[in-house]
Design a protein around this ligand. Structure first.
Ligand SMILES: [Zn+2]
Length: 270
């Protein structure tokens, strides 16, 4: 599943090809993805210049004067910039044809992604209740400490709550908690201010490193036959259930927390 670093990598890959271009037309090969594609995409987007390609949480926004196209990659979506004449392949559901002979093509085999519309000056309901961006200044140890008082949920569940902070998925929550030495099972309200400072730093470092690694795949990103912009991660605990802890050598534990598989070290993480 594309996590925040993949979405940010996608955004950076799109910027030089899409920003400043004018949409010539939009081609929908089906009326819906996860949700129906609103008529504004076909009616209002053509003729509009894309002023900016932004990211909020795992959503991408193509900003125009008429409004913003709001895209989410879901479980299996990818976006690529291709020559306009490129024949569609299976699951190529949406083409946004740009005026310069290229098009932006949305492929999504499982169709959990979406293409929606945000009117100018409005915030789409999907974006209205989101917490701060993890790489923004608003996200800090003090912020996590203040938000977590009297919260009994496990700290991992708290960290993955999109109203607390956006874009910290299962992989990055597990990795950041390991880096900060915090047990994922610890109640969120029982983590000290100092330890939340370490956790906020770990989240920022983990995501930043992943985004930097993602930059190396940008070459593939615009290649017609290239893989979408997902990339191999250097993971210390995620997916390493039953293997030795890279720090102390004891066996890593696994349990389900908030219905998500979680791996951690019972010695290094308290
Ligand atoms: Zn350990």
């Amino acid at each position: 599943m594309p996590e925040l670093p993949e979405v940010e990598t996608t955004r950076r890959g799109l910027v030089p090809h899409v920003e400043g271009r004018t949409v010539a037309r939009v081609l929908l090969r089906r009326p819906d993805l996860r949700w129906p594609i609103p008529r504004e995409i076909e009616i209002l987007l053509p003729g509009q210049r894309v002023a900016a390609v932004r990211r909020r949480a795992k959503y991408l926004l193509l900003d125009t004067q008429a409004g913003s196209a709001l895209l989410h990659l879901g479980m299996s979506g990818s976006l690529r910039v291709l020559p306009e004449a490129t024949p569609p392949r299976p699951h190529d559901h949406v083409d946004i044809v740009l005026g310069d002979g290229q098009l932006l093509r949305f492929n999504d085999p499982r169709r959990f992604g979406c293409v929606l519309w945000q009117a100018p000056g409005e915030t789409h309901p999907l974006l209205s209740k989101l917490g701060p961006e993890p790489l923004s200044e608003g996200f800090s140890g003090d912020y996590l400490f203040d938000q977590s008082r009297h919260r009994k949920v496990p700290v991992k569940t708290f960290l993955m709550d999109q109203t607390v902070v956006v874009g910290v998925g299962n992989i990055y929550a597990a990795e950041a908690l390991f880096a900060a030495g915090i047990s994922p099972l610890r109640p969120a309200g029982k983590v000290s201010r100092e330890r939340y400072a370490a956790l906020a730093e770990a989240v920022k470092t983990t995501l930043t490193r992943a985004i930097e690694r993602g930059g190396t795949t940008l070459r593939d990103f615009i290649h017609p036959d290239g893989a979408p912009g997902y990339f191999e991660q250097e993971l210390l605990v995620y997916g390493r259930d039953g293997q030795p802890c890279p720090r102390c050598g004891r066996m890593l534990k696994q349990a389900s927390i908030g219905q998500r598989a979680t791996v951690w070290c019972g010695v290094c993480q308290r």
